[in-house]
Design a protein around this ligand. Structure first.
Ligand code: HSE
Length: 406
């Protein structure tokens, strides 16, 4: 089986390495050896044996009937979308790690693959090396999915873990994450939650079988989280995690990305550093968790190669993926019921807080003498917004928990 790899960056070189390192065991599982015939890249790699396979013109790959599978690991939607669509229309299966591409064009590309009796697979697009796409499509098919909550961004989870464990300030952990190569020089996609938003859009589309537009997902990043917030979290035995969630409540589907204060009883509480995890609640199965490395060269490449193996095994058969182009309307986040953690200046009397919010839990922390915090009961976010607007001296608010049992 000959394949072509589009992009020889971190993931592309990882795919080549995984296929080489595990050549024999992969061949056994796939039923035949898998060989990389071409690697498309703008650059040359004179010191790398890959150079003999490098091509700069995509048409070489497109016009070669010998190439049955195209692996897109370039990232971004342009030219990835055009290249992938052309490959599928030419009867070649595609495996991709590209979350932007899948979130935006997934349903269309799946439909083209179906019409051409080939496959479009994207296991690596969410959770890197963690198997989550195939379990959702093939294993959890007996269940109605009631909730998916994930730590889907390793960079921000690393930063929040450092803030929690070392009391470090946001700017310092961001610099550290950049120095370690986790965060980009422009860290916006990670810290503003955009990366996690694309990923939860994909999972929500698959869980519901319809298109979820990522633009419709409420997205709040971690840029406003401070070391002071973690002082309160520590005192209460909580942690703050950037969660990407979709859940069905009373027939309404909500999807959002936001920092959440969660307790030790939450399955995602102990997911630290660059690790990712996805918690899935099915109406028959109950709770299940998928945990592992959500980024990095070899973990991500491992997921891409698992798609390639699946495509080799089903080279003339389309594996049905239920993701229709009809749009799934998400409910307004403001109608979702949450509890809230709020920090206020001491100029706002506690009696005023109790008057506005009723019974709350007050918290204070040594060393933060000008302020205190409180945790509200459960209420619709719209109601919270209204109440908080009438309170003076509010410093910040963080959604407190997602567990309905609490
Ligand atoms: N920037 C992403 C992360 C990479 O930190 O998780 C994987 O999509």
């Amino acid at each position: 089986m000959n394949i072509a790899v589009l992009g020889y960056g971190t993931v592309g070189s990882g795919v080549v390495e995984v296929l080489k390192t595990n050549y024999k065991s992969i061949a056994k599982r796939a039923g035949e050896p898998i060989d990389v015939k071409y690697v498309l890249d703008l650059r040359d790699f004179p010191d790398d044996p890959i150079q003999e396979k490098i091509v700069h013109d995509y048409n070489v790959i497109l016009n070669d009937d010998d190439v049955k599978i195209v692996v897109e690991v370039m990232g971004g939607t342009n030219p990835a979308y055009t290249f992938v669509k052309q490959a599928l229309l030419a009867g070649k299966s595609v495996a991709t790690s590209n979350k932007e591409l899948v979130a935006k064009h997934g349903s269309e590309l799946i439909a083209i693959a179906r019409e051409n009796n080939i496959n479009f697979m994207f296991e690596a697009s969410v959770g890197g090396g963690i198997p989550i796409i195939r379990p959702l499509m093939n294993s959890l098919t007996a269940d109605e999915i009631e909730e998916i909550s994930g730590i889907l961004n390793g960079t921000t989870n690393y930063m929040l873990t450092k803030m929690s464990e070392e009391g470090a300030a946001y700017d310092d952990v961001l610099k550290d994450a950049q120095n370690k190569g986790y965060a980009e020089r422009n860290p916006e996609a990670d810290v503003e939650g955009y990366d996690a938003c694309r990923k939860i859009a994909i999972l929500t589309s698959l869980a519901n079988g319809r298109q979820v537009d990522f633009e419709d997902i409420y997205t709040e990043g971690i840029t406003k989280i401070t070391d002071k917030d973690f002082k309160y979290a520590g005192k209460m035995g909580k942690s703050i995690k950037l969660l990407a969630t979709s859940k069905c409540e009373n027939g309404q589907i909500y999807a959002y990305v936001a920092p959440m204060m969660i307790g030790q009883e939450h399955p995602l509480f102990s997911v630290n550093d660059v690790f990712n995890a996805v918690f899935v609640k099915g109406n028959m199965l109950g709770d299940t968790m998928f945990y592992g490395k959500g980024a990095g060269k070899l973990p991500t490449a491992s997921a891409v190669v698992s798609d390639i193996v699946e495509e080799v095994k089903h080279i003339h058969t389309n594996i049905k993926v239920e993701w229709q182009p009809e749009k799934l309307e998400l409910s307004d986040m403001k109608q979702a019921v949450q509890r809230f953690f709020v920090r206020v200046k001491k100029t706002c009397p506690q009696s005023e807080v109790s008057r506005v919010f009723g019974q709350v839990q007050f918290v204070s922390v040594d060393g933060l003498d000008d302020e205190y915090a409180f945790v509200t009961g459960a209420m619709k976010e719209a109601e919270f917004d209204e109440k908080i607007a009438g309170l003076s001296g509010v410093i910040t608010r963080i959604r407190y928990t997602q567990l309905s049992a609490e």
